[in-house]
Design a protein around this ligand. Structure first.
Ligand code: SF4
Length: 294
């Protein structure tokens, strides 16, 4: 493996993810701005977010002071050296932190001592799967802590919110999660929802939904309908941007379904704030950049 190529391009992936809001999210925020009443709180929250995103891009600075937890998703060819990939990824995170694209954001959970490079047990998060192609897909999400805190998991049936083991129950879970996230998750965000799985795979699957573009709809027709209904219903709750009131609580909702055990019916809801930092690139076998995915 040509370490220098890999580390340089992964560093650029981190830099761009941290500083350059994806075009689909920016378009979603512009659409939301048009729907808010001019000069309302919601209007100014979104205007400020858009101005902030433009300045971050122009000045090559992080979009938000919380540069989040780096979550890498790699798809590699059969026989690829994944140990070397993990090593160069950790090296790239360390360099990105030194250059200020990532804040020193990782602490020992017991002693509270900082890890100044952001490289520590469990950080960065690196997921690797095998693909059929000879190239490597490298995708990155920087997940803000405030939005992570409002992620939640339901075990259905849930009498408290009247949610049974059906899609109406899933809708109720999603709306309950949005309601509880108000003022905390930095709305308007995007929901990633997983139906089924176990407690761990449910969260993994729900977060993987953030790799989808805002325009992407579920291939299953019923889930696709539910995605748009959840966005519509959430926006009618009056929560608005940053929970300050208004018409936009969500920019999108992405749902996937897994299998489940007879005794369990989990609905897992992850939340990603307006600072929706997600980028991806395709790299050749020697680590050269082939193209950006988004
Ligand atoms: S939740 Fe998102 S927008 Fe809010 S502080 Fe964290 S990273 Fe920034």
């Amino acid at each position: 493996m040509k370490t220098a190529n890999w580390e340089r391009n992964l560093l650029d992936l981190i830099r761009r993810t941290s500083t350059d809001l994806p075009s689909d999210i920016e378009a979603g925020l512009r659409k939301a701005l048009r729907s808010e009443k001019k000069n309302s709180h919601g209007y100014w929250v979104i205007r400020t977010a858009l101005d902030n995103a433009a300045r971050a891009r122009g000045e090559d600075l992080p979009i938000c002071q919380d540069t989040g937890t780096p979550i890498f998703h790699f798809r590699v060819p059969v026989g690829f050296d994944t140990n070397a990939l993990v090593a160069v990824t950790r090296g790239a995170v360390s360099r990105a932190t030194r250059r200020g694209y990532l804040r020193e954001n990782v602490f020992d959970a017991v002693s509270g001592k900082p890890f100044y490079t952001n490289v520590a047990p469990g950080s960065p998060v690196i997921r690797i799967e095998q693909g059929a192609r000879k190239t490597v897909d490298a995708r990155l999400i920087l997940k803000g802590g405030g939005s992570e805190n409002v992620g939640t998991q339901y075990s259905l049936p849930d009498e408290r919110i009247g949610a049974g083991r059906d899609l109406e129950g899933v809708r109720r879970c999603a709306l309950d999660a949005v309601w509880k996230a108000q003022g905390a998750g930095c709305a308007p965000g995007v929901l990633g929802i997983c139906i089924g799985g176990d407690r761990a795979t449910g969260y993994e699957c729900s977060k993987e939904q953030f790799l989808r573009k805002l325009s992407d709809v579920a291939s299953d027709r019923e889930l696709a309908r539910l995605e748009s209904r959840i966005v519509r219903d959430s926006c009618q709750l009056g929560i608005g941007p940053m929970g300050l009131g208004g018409r936009t609580a969500l920019l999108g909702a992405k749902i996937a379904a897994m299998s489940r055990a007879p005794a369990s019916f989990f609905v897992t809801v992850s939340y990603l704030c307006w600072a929706f930092r997600r980028r991806g690139m395709v790299l050749g076998p020697e680590g050269g950049l082939t193209r950006w995915l988004y």
